[in-house]
Write a protein that binds this ligand. Structure first.
Ligand code: IFM
Length: 757
């Protein structure tokens, strides 16, 4: 076991933290979290810190939402019991890892193997000295299974030792239904779900099994006499099953899963998990030569992206902090479709499909929301949990401790177009017609229908969308937000495209779908008119989009004068003055440029970028990444690299504001976006993939793999040699557009293109 508990030696594949610093503890727990898209466990310490350990390490289960507080409060993810609790009892009392004992403790997150290791060099108590190594993982191969391994080497002392393994937090948030020796079954208070956790644990002393002493519900212990040189190996596995209907008892399923895990043994579970990670890295690794920090940032980002998704569950999506922390209570935002989906679409299409199916399964809730607000079609929840009903809290405490209204749940409506955008991108990139027929088309039609009813004709002959919030949340209740309106127009046009496509290619399906949706030609004609006359705020004289009606008349504030501030500008200026100013919270017109560059012809892309960049305070973690991607495409490589580093620092830098509430998964998706869509300049065309590299000066090369319509491509960009090499590793020949020149790519023939100017 000792060998298995040694992390990867190559320092570029691991994150390490030594010692103990109470101020950094919450950060580490988020950053060092492990997850497989179903289970997520914060990277908390492996041994008890005694009374100071007040919050047990969180184990999250995707989709386990409930409203445990007063009725009517916001639903959130409910943590499961902590199945990792271990106490080592010695004659003088339990062994406690004292916070002051900084010398001995190290934690290593192994990004390559997807596991968290810790090592306690010397744990000394008056009775005994020991070395302790631990590992924990949640299997990427069998997502319901978690594994904990502990290797103890006794260095001195001949005393009675007891290792006690238990589950903690048995009645925190969930109602216990059945607590047995090796199985717990709980139900949620209100949401009608249940959860089962089955466990099996073994302990060997010098290679001999020791029988456990059962201590009741999910708790047992082993006792032995220590002696110097003794090796003790402890293994515990857990199998977790969630049931979304309380009538179905998940206990049997959890027992079956633990039985299979026991048959495999910890070596088998570990081997399958590592093989699954190897295959994920094979598909998704991005290699940078010449910038060690960028390489680490990409590995860290891709580790969390691969950890966050679950291709086998269509009823969950990825929350703003994935399964790594409590912030935003597991709620799903546009972050998933706009910042994460591109990674999954191009490197893990099965995961992308499941994430979009979650939106299909929540389409009815989106229809209900639209109808409730007096519109047609589907308006998705700004914050969504399991059912898709709106879960944005209506109030929050502002920086000045005043209670403020949160209007996003009602007004941040661009989410519907963002989801449509992701559906279209997925279908374009995968050619998954079955998805389009079964789910995607309906999402596109119902969101297109929403916008066609939402935009109203006015005396100027144009359609206007009033009373919204764009991505820049400093400005509420605004009219004609360029991002919202242009995305809405794009959404309507794709809905019309999909109607034409279905009618032509699958007429029977079109007949049944259009009749089920009561969609006729006159309505489609009305959609067309709305799209044609949508107000966009574009001024052909200046080439600028006005972010929303009246934005140009607001107070201009020189953000350079506030450089070095540690809080967002709405805190510096106050909410009201910020609202009356041109200070922007995050990429808004710049996000539109990132998503629909074709709307910005000629010089307009650069003009809009430079105009809005200088007005943005990056008050959202999503903002630098979107700016970085756009800057990289425009060839502003130095600025783009600055944004890349700023984004990486959000979750990686110890100096950054606390990330106790979990990693910022959208910013991590943004790191991938900046590298692949930004510096490599990858874009999806109608019938091809395009690459237009503009690497930062210090990046000698950039390499990655992509999947496109069943093909597997490998692309390496060598800046030193000014050459791009592409290989088609699987699939039919295709066109790859390199720096605007179409090239044919066939299997077995590496394509080499000179990219020197
Ligand atoms: O979705 C974002 C939003 O754009 C800004 N506030 C935080 C949300 C979750 O990341």
């Amino acid at each position: 076991m000792e060998r298995a508990l040694k992390p990867t030696l190559d320092a570029t594949w691991v994150l390490a933290a030594n010692g103990y610093d109470p101020l950094r503890e919450g950060n580490l727990e988020s950053r060092f979290a492990i997850s497989n898209g179903f289970l997520g466990i914060r990277g908390s310490r492996a041994t008890t810190r005694g009374a100071r350990w007040v919050v047990p390490p969180r184990t999250y289960v995707a989709g386990l939402f409930d409203t445990p507080g007063a009725e009517g409060t916001t639903p959130g993810l409910i943590p499961a019991a902590d199945w990792l609790r271990v106490r080592i009892l010695l004659p003088g009392g339990p062994l406690v890892h004292h916070p002051g004992d900084v010398s001995s403790h190290g934690m290593t997150l192994d990004l390559r193997r997807g596991a968290l290791f810790s090592e306690f060099g010397q744990l000394k108590s008056p009775d005994v000295g020991m070395r302790l190594r631990t590992a924990r993982l949640v299997s990427l191969n069998e997502r319901s299974v978690g594994l904990q391994l502990i290797h103890l080497e006794i260095e001195e002392g001949e005393v009675e030792v007891t290792l006690e393994a238990s589950f903690e937090g048995l009645d925190l948030g969930l109602v216990p239904e059945r607590l047995e020796q090796d199985l717990g079954v709980w139900r949620t208070l209100r949401s009608g779900k249940s959860l089962a956790m089955a466990t099996a644990a073994f302990l060997q002393v010098d290679g001999h099994d020791l029988p456990p002493t059962p201590l009741g519900q999910l708790k047992c212990s082993w006792s032995w006499k220590s002696r110097p040189g003794q090796i003790v190996c402890f293994e515990r596995s857990v199998a977790v099953v969630r049931s979304d209907a309380q009538s179905l008892d998940p206990g049997g399923g959890a027992r079956d899963k633990i039985y299979v895990a026991r048959q495999l043994g910890w070596r088998g579970v570990l081997a399958e998990h590592e093989a699954a990670w190897t295959s994920r890295w094979q598909c998704s690794e991005v290699k940078v030569d010449g910038d060690a920090f960028a390489q680490k940032a990409l590995r860290f980002a891709i580790y969390h992206l691969n950890s966050a998704a679950n291709p086998d569950d269509e009823h969950v999506s990825i929350g703003a902090r994935a399964l790594t922390g409590d912030d935003y209570r597991g709620h799903v935002f546009w972050d998933t479709e706009i910042f994460l989906l591109p990674f999954y679409i191009l490197s893990w299409p099965e995961a992308a499909r499941a994430l979009l199916m979650y939106r299909f399964h929540t389409l009815d809730a989106a229809r209900t929301k639209a109808a409730g607000m007096g519109w047609q079609g589907a308006l998705y929840a700004w914050e969504s949990a399991d059912t898709g009903i709106e879960t944005t809290p209506e109030h929050a405490i502002g920086p000045d401790r005043q209670i403020i209204d949160i209007l996003c749940g009602k007004q941040e409506q661009h989410i519907s177009a963002d989801i449509a955008y992701a559906v279209w991108q997925y279908w374009q990139a995968t050619g998954d017609d079955a998805f389009l027929r079964d789910a995607g088309a309906e999402i596109l039609l119902e969101t297109g229908r929403f916008w066609s009813s939402r935009a109203r004709p006015e005396a100027d002959g144009r359609h206007h969308i009033r009373g919204v919030i764009g991505p820049d949340e400093y400005h509420e209740h605004i009219d004609d937000n360029a991002f919202t309106n242009v995305m809405a127009r794009w959404n309507i046009r794709r809905a019309l495209d999909v109607a034409t496509l279905l009618r032509g290619r699958w007429p029977k399906l079109w007949t049944s779908l259009s009749s089920r949706l009561a969609l006729d030609d006159s309505e489609l004609e009305q959609w067309r008119k709305v799209a044609e006359t949508m107000a966009t705020g574009f001024d052909p004289k200046t080439g600028l989009f006005e972010q929303f009606a009246g934005f140009f008349t607001l107070e201009e504030i020189d953000l350079a004068a506030y450089a070095g501030r540690s809080v967002p500008m709405d805190v510096v200026l106050g909410r009201e003055r910020t609202r009356q100013s041109q200070v922007i919270k995050q990429a808004d017109v710049v996000a539109l440029l990132g998503l629909l560059p074709e709307e910005f012809g000629g010089e307009n892309a650069a003009k809009n970028f430079l105009y809005y960049e200088s007005r943005c305070d990056h008050g959202s973690s999503l903002s630098p990444a979107m700016h970085g991607m756009v800057a990289a495409r425009l060839g502003y490589s130095d600025a783009a690299l600055r944004y890349f580093r700023q984004t990486a620092a959000i979750d990686l830098a110890d100096t950054h504001a606390a990330i106790d509430g979990g990693v910022h998964i959208a910013a991590l998706g943004g790191i991938w976006l900046m590298a692949v869509f930004g510096f490599a300049g990858v874009s999806l065309q109608n019938d091809s993939v395009a690459v237009d590299p503009k690497l930062p000066a210090n990046w000698r090369s950039l390499g990655f793999r992509l999947q496109w319509r069943g093909r597997h491509l490998k692309i390496s960009i060598d800046q030193t040699e000014q050459r791009l090499e592409a290989t088609l590793e699987a699939g039919e020949p295709m066109t790859l557009v390199v720096s605007n020149e179409p090239q044919e790519l066939c299997r077995g023939q590496a394509l080499r293109v000179d990219i020197g100017k």
